[in-house]
Write a protein that binds this ligand. Structure first.
Ligand SMILES: [Zn+2]
Ligand SMILES: [Zn+2]
Length: 142
């Protein structure tokens, strides 16, 4: 009996974390739009069985990003937004500032200029973030 109880301690905590991960994933999966941790948290709380704290949501999101299951994008105000990763390729986004809808694009001039500047100034490991923000047709028409 004692052995049984103590044997359950570690798996139980793992199970809780897995349940939170599953819950966050199901909410992330429900939309392709980028959403903030706060928004995801609020959507999560609408399910009676998904009463996880905001700290847990942040922790799960961080793990999902580290595991490359989720991708992050910065909102116009710098807040981090999340969604299920759709591609591992380098992309830029035109993002709706109201609903988080994202149109991915690649830009040869931006990539070329990055390489050129890196060469000119002899920098290595150069990265860039070029994000565009606007209002999508659906948000504009409602
Ligand atoms: Zn929109
Ligand atoms: Zn780029």
């Amino acid at each position: 009996m004692i052995a049984h109880t103590s044997g359950e301690t570690a798996p139980a905590s793992r199970r809780r974390q897995t349940a939170a991960q599953r819950a966050v994933l199901s909410v992330l999966d429900s939309s392709e739009h980028f959403r903030s941790a706060q928004q995801l948290y609020r959507q999560l709380r609408q399910h009676p069985t998904h009463q996880f704290g905001l700290t847990t949501v942040y922790r799960v999101l961080r793990t999902l990003v580290e595991d490359k299951i989720a991708e992050i994008q910065r909102a116009e105000d710098g807040e981090l937004l999340y969604r299920i990763r759709t591609t591992n390729e380098h992309r830029h986004y035109l993002l709706c500032r109201q609903c988080g809808r994202a149109e991915a694009f690649t830009s040869t001039p931006i990539e070329d200029q990055t390489r050129q500047l890196s060469r000119t100034f002899d920098y290595t490991d150069v990265t860039h973030h070029v994000d565009l923000y606007g209002v999508c047709p659906r948000c504009r028409d409602t």
